[in-house]
Ligand binder design. Structure first.
Ligand code: NDP
Length: 488
């Protein structure tokens, strides 16, 4: 099998420029699966110039919402037609199990169709209560040229939580995908052109974040940066984009609590505990990696979670029955195993897993469950981004609220209880952008995602996510004779 090779996608075509490449080796087999052009700041400058020209002089922002929606729907059709190819790319480059990759690409199609519907509804507000001679129009306009920086864990899905919303608003886009997993971004850009979306509207430059990512955030031609990634890199992006006083949106890390009350449907909650931490190899920002179980049911509940975790199949992500694939690269694989070591050293009780899958050429970590984790332990505090669950027991609602909120992050939290009072009280007390009850890592294109505290700010998806890509211009109109203010 020959590796896919991509040059930058600028102005509606692959530029084909002679360049050096970032090689992507499969995290499951070690085999090279793709090569992405290793961009330089000058490549980013060309892409931003193309997007700037497409915004300032091109047809895209001038089209009616109906026209943009028609093209976005055609785009969704083409993505659907290329479903299997995109799924294969995600499995090869990320190492995620194929059934989860199918969910990602299905989600991409839904996101584009939903964003198309928003293109038709873009509107502002009129104030008619300002006095007989005064009217004000809040005109909603596209924000301009947007820079999108995305991580490796959901390369297509997270990218498309942004791209179609930006396009629906009439923006033009430059994407910097993760250097590990740029393949689907290139394929999705080429499909946009095939759907009739004009040249220069969607551009992709691959390469190192410290080089082309930085060049994007510092480029004066950019009007808005939407970033998804680690909190540390997010801070750098904020600093760099501040030089041009550019708006940013930050979808950052998380350390979510998955809270099980004794009155929950415990069968569903056991499955939810597994989904919370092992979905997408545990490489998931909204992973429910801190499990809190009410003491009266904890012994039996934790036993069931550990037994089922031990039976999960870890290995070839192309196998239909694989539950956990490979960690993204060796460095991350070692980092996950170092967290496991720290947990043992700090006194957590290892119930299952706790080691790599041997022998193997890939970065496979066995599903791992630690019980008796306390707030002072490293695995309670740090985002592990791997298949490692920490369990902490609690007695009362107030106690678990304190434990759950004891985090620098605030992305998502999950509650399992049949009591609506408990669910509503928890939803109000938990400090996170997202709370789910009796389900986990669920979602829909209509529902915005956001973080609080170290998990960031700004919205992604939903009407609120769409509006991030717009700005309001206030037009104040006076009609008829105007009283002079100065008499001289
Ligand atoms: P990183 O922060 O390492 O990278 C994210 C992106 O930023 C990559 O494209 C990276 O490029 C780029 N980048 C790196 N340095 C810079 C820089 N100086 N300037 C501009 N861009 C730069 O995150 P990961 O890819 O490791 O993703 C995992 C993290 O993402 C986790 O913390 C996770 O929680 C978070 N995340 C948050 C989500 C949310 O919705 N809140 C969703 C998914 C993930 P390159 O990799 O090529 O160097």
């Amino acid at each position: 099998m020959s590796a896919r090779q991509y040059t930058h996608y600028i102005d509606g075509r692959f530029d084909g420029k002679e360049t050096s490449y970032v090689d992507r080796n499969s995290p499951a087999t070690g085999e090279m699966v793709a090569r992405f052009a290793s961009g330089e700041p000058a490549d980013m400058d060309r892409a931003v110039a193309a997007a700037r020209a497409a915004f300032d002089n091109g047809p895209w922002p001038q089209m009616s919402g109906m026209e943009r929606a028609a093209m976005l729907n055609k785009y969704a059709d083409l993505v659907h037609d290329n479903f299997d190819k995109l799924v294969r790319i995600e499995v090869e480059e990320v190492g995620k199990p194929i059934r989860f990759a199918r969910g990602d690409i299905g989600g991409v199609v839904g996101l584009i169709r939903y964003a198309a519907s928003l293109a038709m509804q873009m509107s502002g507000t009129t104030y008619t209560n300002l006095g007989a001679q005064k009217t004000a129009l809040l005109m909603r306009e596209p924000i301009g040229v947007v820079g999108l920086i995305t991580p490796w864990n959901f390369p297509a899905l997270i990218l498309m939580q942004k791209v179609p919303f930006a396009l629906a608003a009439g923006c033009t886009v430059v994407v910097k995908p993760s250097e590990f997993t740029s393949g689907s971004a290139f394929e999705l850009a080429a499909l946009a052109t095939a759907a009739g979306i004009p040249e220069g509207v969607l551009n992709v430059v691959s390469g190192k974040g410290s080089v082309v990512g930085k060049a994007l955030t510092q480029n004066p031609g950019i009007d808005f940066i939407s970033f998804t990634g680690s909190t540390r890199t997010g801070q750098t992006v904020i600093e760099d984009s501040a030089k041009n006083v550019v708006k940013t949106s930050m979808e950052l890390g998380g350390k979510s609590a998955n809270i099980v009350f004794a009155d929950a449907d415990l069968d569903a909650a056991v499955d939810g505990a597994l989904m919370g931490v092992f979905f997408n190899n545990g490489e998931c920002c909204v992973s429910g990696s801190r499990l809190f179980v009410q003491s009266s049911v904890a012994d039996e509940f934790v036993k069931r979670v550990a037994e089922r975790s031990a039976r999960l199949k870890v290995g070839n992500p192309f196998d239909e029955d694989t539950d956990i694939g490979a960690m993204i690269d060796e460095k991350h694989f070692s980092k996950v195993l170092a967290f496991v070591k720290s947990a043992v050293a700090e006194g957590a009780q290892l119930l299952t897993g706790g080691h790599a899958v041997e022998p193997s050429q890939g970065n496979f970590v066995q599903a791992t469950v630690f019980d008796r984790v306390t707030p002072s332990m490293t695995i309670f505090k740090e985002e592990i981004f791997g298949p490692v669950l920490s369990v902490t027991r609690f007695e009362t609602l107030d106690e678990v609220v304190g434990l759950a909120n004891d985090s620098v992050y605030g992305l998502s939290n999950y509650v399992w209880s049949k009591n609506i009072d408990t669910v509503m009280t928890m939803a109000k007390k938990l400090k996170s952008g997202w709370v789910q009850a009796n389900t986990i890592i669920d979602g829909a294109p209509q529902l915005p995602l956001t973080g609080v505290k170290g998990s960031g700010f700004g919205y992604e998806m939903g009407q609120a996510g769409f509006e991030e890509f717009t700005q309001l211009k206030t037009l104040f109109i006076h009609t008829g004779p105007r009283q002079p203010v100065f008499s001289q």
